[in-house]
Ligand binder design. Structure first.
Ligand code: ADP
Ligand code: MG
Length: 182
């Protein structure tokens, strides 16, 4: 399957990234996100693992600015995400080794202004390719806020295979620019 070939290629490219590059790119992405979300009161943010752009400094900074932070908590039996309130001092490793809050306090999708969404690849048409379980597609089918994909520039492809359940991003932020003319 074509999606899987792209997933394998992108995962191995990401594995090869140096810590210096990840730190450099994550700082750039953090600053671009902070400049782009000034009016937000409640932001859903993924907590990075697998050499994704690092979001922990951004997670803390959002809280410093008085913005409510929500993180996705994965249910590995239903492949669904529960958005839960979370703060920096209240985290524990959960499913897939991803950090999540110690106690889940669910937040309604309608209370979230902006969702910062990870991906294995994105396209210049605004499409997103995930890990292949559809977690974010299920969540996004009910989310009406602003969807911001986060990735490194090398993960931006001109085109990726899409299915009818795949949900387009409104913006994609990389270390070099914001993509939004989809
Ligand atoms: P990913 O978005 O993680 O890259 P896919 O788009 O390939 O993964 O979706 C993985 C699986 O999740 C698909 O088999 C699809 O049927 C299922 N799926 C995706 N979105 C939904 C949804 N809104 N409702 C039910 N199943 C879904
Ligand atoms: Mg999908």
């Amino acid at each position: 399957m074509c999606k899987d070939i792209i997933r394998d290629e992108m995962k191995s490219k990401r594995k090869a990234l140096s810590h210096d590059f990840i730190e450099y790119a994550s700082e750039k992405i953090k600053n671009t996100v902070l400049n782009s979300i000034k009016d937000a009161k409640c932001v859903m943010i993924y907590l990075s693992s697998f050499k994704e752009p690092d979001t922990f400094a951004l997670f803390k900074e959002l809280q410093n600015r008085g913005i409510k932070t929500v993180v996705p908590v994965s249910d590995t039996t239903t492949f669904t995400i529960t958005p839960s309130l979370a703060t920096n001092d209240d985290l524990v490793k959960g499913a897939y080794g991803i950090y999540e809050p110690k106690s889940v306090v669910p937040v309604s999708a309608s209370d979230i202004d902006i969702a910062l969404i990870p991906g294995i690849a994105f396209s210049k048409k605004g499409d997103r390719l995930g890990f292949g379980k559809g977690y974010y597609d299920r969540f996004l089918s009910e989310f009406r806020g602003t969807k911001i994909g986060i990735c490194y520039d090398f993960q931006m492809l001109s085109d990726i295979p899409v299915s009818s359940h795949d949900v387009k991003m409104d913006y994609i932020i990389t270390e070099t620019r914001i993509y939004n003319d989809f």
